[in-house]
Unconditional design. Structure first.
Length: 132
């Protein structure tokens, strides 16, 4: 009876310890690789959101009106947004957010400033397209 108890205790110990030992096996991907993948995903997501901000501003009626008045083809400018690199899209997204905030708020005192930013945004996109 005592042998049977000892055998059961050893068997239970092996069953409880074996999964923990197996869990200590090296992973296929290092933590540095996982961190790099997460950073890349965050950059891609951020870039996509910034592109959406620029595109949303380009689709606003006020921007369309200004572009038409200046003779700028918005279809070309809109398609050029997808060709911009991360630094360019970041700069344009900051300006776009400023324009969007000003236009959404209906602030009449900064109409000239908003118009200037819209024109600058459109000219910058067209210059980038022309240089590529």
């Amino acid at each position: 009876m005592r042998t049977l108890t000892c055998l059961a205790a050893v068997l239970c110990t092996v069953i409880l310890v074996a999964p923990r030992v197996q869990a200590q096996v090296d992973h296929a991907v290092t933590s540095a690789t996982l961190n790099a993948a997460v950073q890349q995903h965050l950059a891609t997501t951020s870039s996509a959101e910034e592109r959406d901000t620029v595109l949303r501003v380009l689709q606003r009626p006020e921007v369309t009106e200004q572009a038409t008045r200046l003779g700028i083809d918005l279809r070309k400018a809109t398609s050029a947004v997808s060709t911009l690199d991360a630094a360019e899209i970041q700069a344009l997204a900051a300006q776009s957010a400023q324009v969007e905030g000003a236009l959404a708020g209906g602030q009449s005192r900064i109409v000239i400033s908003t118009t200037t930013v819209i024109i600058g945004l459109l000219v910058l996109i067209l210059l980038i397209v022309a240089l590529d």
